[in-house]
Ligand binder design. Structure first.
Ligand code: CU
Length: 168
């Protein structure tokens, strides 16, 4: 189990062991809640200071431009730099989590409750995910971990600057 390598999540992982697997799309991240109706599962919410991140949405890519995402309530701002509608959905986040939706040239902010880990984001406008609007975002366990990643140049922002999807 890859998620067991996330030491700080060990307890949560044990508590969730009786539940179904992490939902589709969540990579090394905990499901936010047990599937509704499943026996022996308590809802587990991420506890942490939360944070924020900014993601540029274009034809057809996501580029993380700012990140301060720590487990808890993470506010995601999507900035649509194209002239078409795009959205941003965090796969595996709790049902009912808001999603970012923005017409061309607009921006939108939504809050998701997420555990530390790596989460898949997509735009679910038909065809957009296949065209390239799929990426991952990293949510850190602590502010210290986030700062370390920033010092090491290993954040999503560093990754995306290297890939420079906008230039592609
Ligand atoms: Cu899109």
């Amino acid at each position: 189990m890859r998620r067991s390598t996330l030491g700080t999540l060990a307890t949560a992982a044990l508590l969730l062991a009786a539940c179904s697997d992490v939902p589709d799309g969540a990579v090394e991240a905990q499901a936010l809640e047990c599937p509704p109706g499943e026996e022996g599962c308590d809802d587990i919410q991420p506890v942490g200071p939360g944070g924020s991140m900014e993601v540029e949405m274009g034809n057809f890519y996501f580029e993380v431009t700012e990140t301060a995402a720590v487990t808890g309530e993470v506010e995601i701002t999507g900035i649509n730099v194209s002239d078409a509608f795009h959205n941003l959905i965090v796969l595996g986040a709790a049902e009912g989590s808001e999603i970012v939706e923005a017409d061309g040239g607009e921006e939108d902010t939504a809050t998701v409750n997420v555990f530390a880990g790596e989460w898949t984001i997509i735009c679910d406008v038909p065809g957009h995910r296949a065209a390239g609007m799929e990426s991952t975002i990293t949510v850190y366990a602590t502010e210290e971990e986030l700062e370390n990643a920033q010092e090491m140049g290993e954040t999503d922002v560093d990754r995306d600057q290297e890939l420079d999807p906008a230039a592609g």
